[in-house]
Design a protein around this ligand. Structure first.
Ligand SMILES: *[C@@H]1O[C@H](CO)[C@@H](O)[C@H](O)[C@H]1NC(C)=O
Ligand SMILES: *[C@@H]1O[C@H](CO)[C@@H](O)[C@H](O)[C@H]1NC(C)=O
Length: 551
């Protein structure tokens, strides 16, 4: 037994010795491409061979001396002066990630800044080590623990940039206008953008739709979530040619791309970035409206604006303004040409990651806070209380609930108040509905006025209000023992629109006293709890009407 073990150990020892020997003997450099990045290597040190004549514009280099591992190895080596554009061998050394990679100009390459990255590398001249007569290798080996940390950091790099939670469709221009050559530059630009965004399972996801005569979805959000895979997939996209039917492609994207089956994630802003070289052949305005109404933020990157002598051919000169959000110019971007686009990568990535600016697609369904005030007094009774919860659940069901979308709160009141659901408690509709249905009936008296004040100060005031529109929906079956008008008016003064729904003994004058103007569309009454369902649609429609009305 013990002999077998030691034999095995011995054999393993031999094997590992043998493989070390092979590695150090095989000291010839590994040929790589111009675009190969530090992240493509997992060993802590490697000897590579850069090809000659790598086009300088193709390089993404982040940092100076210490380079973020997304950087091109050959680009970094040229930047550092280790090799010339003639290429040659380069030794790379893996380093840990760091903050504030600095930009500098070196040997024809301007490197870029990067606020942080998970791992780095440095480059040095590859000494062609002459066979040492003493037989001692010159390289100093890292201690084993250091190797492990490096490997672990590399694994961690793959979760993506958690500060940029967006789902993006890039609409590539694949028309005859752009042509094959610039099409490839465009793909290159998008690869750089993908790396800068920090694609990963927990960060941004992207897919590609090619704009040509007819749109073609090249890949969806869920197909690739690792930067390397995305970059490879972009490289594989084949030029199609045809007219620049951008409008048609945008409509295709709005209708088929952002579905859960195709990988669109709940609660993530949806962004369509259209690249237009020159001008679109078709009408873009209607498609853009459809896209925005279905919750997509439309960006337009125009490259090579029409020349004065070309303007006659442009179907709609205002296409940029018609395509994007009306607010201001933060949704349109112009690059003068496909050459020297590097400096546009970072600012564009920053805009695409600016979640709070995704206002283009705000609607009454994804941008409201609704607090339900539920009468839990003794007169309601257990089974009617269920009907009230059903009624609320049916209203809630119409809204898009998420951490960046609509939010639901609930307070049950008797003489007392109980916060049943806080605005930040649940971030999905399923969880919110389950919480609504799980509310336990309290039973007691009725103090509606105090309940309103409680809701404003305990549910609303701690809330970072943001840009959502605010609502209170009160459901009561009787007369309140306290004063209601004052608390209701002050809630309205705080910008909260009040709906009141009365059942059985709730006096109409109280309901109207609490409700926002116009009273007729904000106060509802039914004799029976079974009649509540008829108010579901009027309240949803009312909220949407209030949403678009000025404050
Ligand atoms: C993307 O995923 C879909 C569905 O899973 C699959 O049909 C399609 O072939 C994938 N596309 C690519 C480019 O891998
Ligand atoms: C555009 O509007 C957004 C949201 O209102 C704002 O945050 C941003 O600063 C504006 N950008 C410009 C360029 O005015």
């Amino acid at each position: 037994m013990s002999m077998t073990v030691s034999t095995v150990l011995f054999a393993l020892g031999i094997l590992s010795l043998a493989s070390t020997a092979v590695e150090s003997e095989a000291n010839s450099p590994v040929p790589i491409s111009c675009a190969t990045s530090g992240a493509d290597f997992t060993d802590e040190t490697a000897l590579v061979e850069c090809p000659s004549d790598c086009p300088l514009w193709q390089f993404s280099v982040f940092g100076s001396g210490v380079y973020a591992s997304v950087s091109s190895i050959c680009g970094s080596a040229i930047h550092r002066g280790v090799i010339s554009t003639a290429g040659g061998p380069v030794r790379i050394q893996k380093l840990s990630g760091q903050e504030n990679y600095l930009s500098s100009y070196g040997h024809g390459i301007k490197s870029q800044t990067l606020s942080r990255w998970i791992s780095s590398f440095s480059v040095s001249r590859a000494q062609t080590i002459p066979i040492d007569v003493s037989g001692q290798p010159k390289a100093t080996a890292l201690p084993n623990s250091a190797k492990k940390t490096v490997k672990k950091n590399l694994k961690k790099a793959n979760s993506g940039n958690k500060d940029c939670k967006v789902d993006i469709a890039f609409l590539l221009d694949g028309s005859y206008n752009i042509g094959r050559r610039r099409f490839n530059l465009q793909k290159n630009f998008i690869s750089k953008l993908a790396l800068m965004l920090g694609i990963g399972p927990e960060g941004p996801h992207l897919g590609i739709v090619q704009v040509s005569e007819n749109p073609k979805t090249e890949f969806y959000l869920k197909n690739f979530t690792q930067p390397k895979d995305v970059v490879f997939a972009i490289k594989e996209v084949a030029f199609r040619g045809g007219n620049t039917n951008t409008g048609k492609a945008l409509r295709h994207t709005a209708e088929t791309f952002f579905t859960p089956e195709n990988g669109a994630r709940r609660g993530f802003p949806r962004v369509a970035v259209m690249f237009v070289d020159g001008w679109p052949s078709d009408d873009i305005e209607e498609a853009a409206t459809v896209a925005r109404e279905s919750g997509i933020n439309v960006f337009l990157v125009s490259v090579a604006k029409p020349l004065p002598e070309e303007l006659g051919m442009v179907q709609d000169r205002g296409f940029v303004q018609k395509a994007v959000c009306k607010d201001n110019n933060s949704f349109s971007y112009n690059m003068p040409s496909w050459f020297s686009t590097t400096k546009f990568v970072k600012p564009l990535a920053q805009r695409l990651c600016a979640e709070e600016q995704m206002l283009c697609s705000k609607s009454c369904f994804n941008s409201v806070n609704i607090a339900f005030l539920i009468d839990g007094s003794s007169s309601v009774g257990d089974s009617n209380f269920r009907l009230v919860l059903d009624f609320i659940a049916n209203i809630v069901d119409a809204f898009d609930i998420s951490n960046i979308g609509s939010k639901i709160g609930a307070v049950q009141f008797t003489y007392d108040q109980k916060k049943e659901i806080g605005f930040h408690d649940y971030t999905t509709k399923e969880d919110t509905l389950a919480a609504v249905r799980g509310i336990r009936y309290m039973s007691g008296g009725t103090a509606t006025g105090e309940a309103i004040s409680y809701t404003v100060s305990n549910l609303y005031n701690p809330l970072k209000r943001g840009t959502n529109r605010n609502f209170i929906v009160i459901i009561t079956d009787g007369q309140s023992y306290d004063e209601i008008r004052g608390p209701a008016v002050s809630a309205q003064k705080e910008g909260i629109t009040v709906y009141s729904v009365g059942v059985a003994w709730a006096p109409m004058e109280d309901l109207k006293a609490m409700a926002s103007e116009p009273k007729e569309s904000h106060a509802f009454f039914t004799k029976e709890f079974t009649g509540l369902h008829q108010f579901v649609q009027p309240i949803i429609k009312g909220i949407c009407r209030d949403f678009t009305a000025p404050h």
